[in-house]
Design a protein around this ligand. Sequence first.
Ligand SMILES: Nc1nc2c(c(=O)[nH]1)N[C@H]1C(S)=C(S)[C@@H](COP(=O)(O)OP(=O)(O)OC[C@H]3O[C@@H](n4cnc5c(=O)[nH]c(N)nc54)[C@H](O)[C@@H]3O)O[C@H]1N2
Ligand SMILES: Nc1nc2c(c(=O)[nH]1)N[C@H]1C(S)=C(S)[C@@H](COP(=O)(O)OP(=O)(O)OC[C@H]3O[C@@H](n4cnc5c(=O)[nH]c(N)nc54)[C@H](O)[C@@H]3O)O[C@H]1N2
Ligand code: SF4
Ligand SMILES: [Mo]
Length: 578
Amino acid sequence: MSRKDSMGEEPAGQPTAESVCPRCSVGCRVRYSERRGGAVGCEGAPVNSQGRLCANGIHAFDVLDAENRLTTPLIRKDGDLVPATWDDAFARIEDGFETLLDRHGPDSLTFFGAPRCTNEENYLFQKLARVLGTNNVDNRARICHGSVVRAMVERLGSPGMTNTLNDLTEADVFLVVGANPAAQQPIAFNSYVRPTVNDGATLIHADPQANETTRIADVHIAPDLGTDAVFVNAVVAQVLEMGLEDGEFIAERTTDFDSFARSMERLDLDAAAERTGVEAETVRRVAREFASADRAAVIVGTGAEADDHRGTAIPDALIDLLLVTGNLGKPGTGMNLLRGLTNEQGANDVGCRPWTLPGFRPISDDYARANVEAVWGTEIPTTPGISELDAVRAFGESIRGAYVIGENPAVEKRDTQAVARSLASLDFLLVQEVFPTETVEHADVVLPATLWAEKGGTVTNLDRQVQRRRPLRTPPEGVRRDLDIIAEIGNRLTDVRFEYDSPEAVFDELTRLNPLYGGMSYDGIGNASQRWPFPEGAEKGIDILHAERFRTGRKRTALEPVDGFDGFQRDERQRATE
Ligand SMILES: Nc1nc2c(c(=O)[nH]1)N[C@H]1C(S)=C(S)[C@@H](COP(=O)(O)OP(=O)(O)OC[C@H]3O[C@@H](n4cnc5c(=O)[nH]c(N)nc54)[C@H](O)[C@@H]3O)O[C@H]1N2
Ligand SMILES: Nc1nc2c(c(=O)[nH]1)N[C@H]1C(S)=C(S)[C@@H](COP(=O)(O)OP(=O)(O)OC[C@H]3O[C@@H](n4cnc5c(=O)[nH]c(N)nc54)[C@H](O)[C@@H]3O)O[C@H]1N2
Ligand code: SF4
Ligand SMILES: [Mo]
């Protein structure tokens, strides 16, 4: 067996070295303090520069000492999961996947990647899927921001937060829609947004329910459920009605303004007020505050999602508002999607998406595919894969096997039982986990894996900063590093060599395929961070996106007319691709 203990950096040499908090996408720097018996923040860090951690982050290390860690592979025998050797587990995996590949082909498999895992792990994971012949690779956290990402990719050419946390301190107005950053991204909120509001900036909070963020809001708006897009469109219409639009920006950076403006004229303010439950005067106030500010920024969270994570009516309306008021491509402005899980941004950046290769290059892009094929030394499939949501629906039918790493899809906000039933209908389920979860219960093979502080690698935070995780502790006896496991499976199931000395070697390969990370390196990141887009040859990454051109490569983007007053035209169209 080609077990490669050596991949993975120096194990646990310095238990107090700095790493990155695993609890959310803000990406605070943490280290272990013996004196405190837990995590402390690191002064001078890229995000938590004052060395703060939130109540959640302080407990970052607790998980490592949990008693119910999985420490041996498990194999299903006569209906029960029983302990097995790593060799037996790998043999069973080979058998399980090869049988399905022979009988049903590669698209009968699906791969659920891991927003809790590193860039290197996610990169290798999507490489495995694609080398095996399928683009059915996704990650669950992509789903919680699917609508917003879709609109941003289509209209702006990039799914990343357009601005940085740091330059949000330059905003005069924040419009926060469907998010509770005071509780969910507390260090980002408390270090950058709260002080700016305390300093006089206005915070407008649009959320059906008041929450911690509402506490410092100047205005709280609670549109009736399902009417956010109408509300935002009504704001845009009022901006135009009051003549507060940014004519220069519209002329230079947008197309189709006239037809857009005509569609907005049809939006009747009183009817919109009735429909949304937001008073006409409040709509006018928001329009006035947002449009007359020098710098106004949108902050958006999971509340701006369509039910199916596809419809884009809400983010489209927010992008229209930013375009019409000239609030893109400048400090203190922009469409600031606050991501959720620790490496949600990175999992997507490195290609755990059914439609895109590393760097968000479409599968259909011949040049990008050729680049990947040259580096990997094999052909990859040309048809986009299916999303995690669609794959779960197809379990037991077109999808017969799944490899799940660092996710617990058995627990679902909407219908946990339905997901559990469909997991049970798979012919072969491989789960790479740390704890016995609900998903593990359905597995045919379970592989015990490492936690954040037991391995090296990089993670990318919500404002596009790539930082290094350091191995701070030796993994418990019996478990293996995620990267080693994926490489082992790659070597067993494919003709491509998954051989790397270290996570750094994986990162180096990634930078050759992901133009957004092209100029980055472990040395360059060091104890600081590097931000994407960081093209090869550049001195540093770009802080504010869309300054001269949109990331689509074009100078302008379209303002699409909105259909009548309900503003849901785009929802119905349901774009099939991103
Ligand atoms: N402590 C802690 N922090 C976390 C997490 C955690 O579990 N614990 N999870 C992380 C993850 S994975 C994520 S995705 C993020 C989530 O971060 P957020 O998106 O900020 O998550 P929520 O607190 O669910 O806030 C969503 C808000 O949207 C509102 N909402 C719901 N429907 C609508 C609607 O139709 N319109 C509008 N305008 N608002 C609506 C809800 O009332 C709620 O206040 O948080 C991350 N941070
Ligand atoms: N009921 C309910 N459902 C929800 C949500 C909710 O609040 N309630 N939130 C939704 C949202 S916003 C999101 S983002 C998703 C999140 O959904 P998931 O990504 O599925 O999150 P978890 O349930 O925390 O599962 C992550 C699993 O990864 C494992 N893990 C952690 N670190 C590692 C590692 O380094 N390696 C490996 N191999 N495994 C690791 C953990 O043990 C854990 O079981 O859930 C969504 N679904
Ligand atoms: S804000 Fe997020 S990354 Fe920062 S300490 Fe809290 S949980 Fe950790
Ligand atoms: Mo999430």
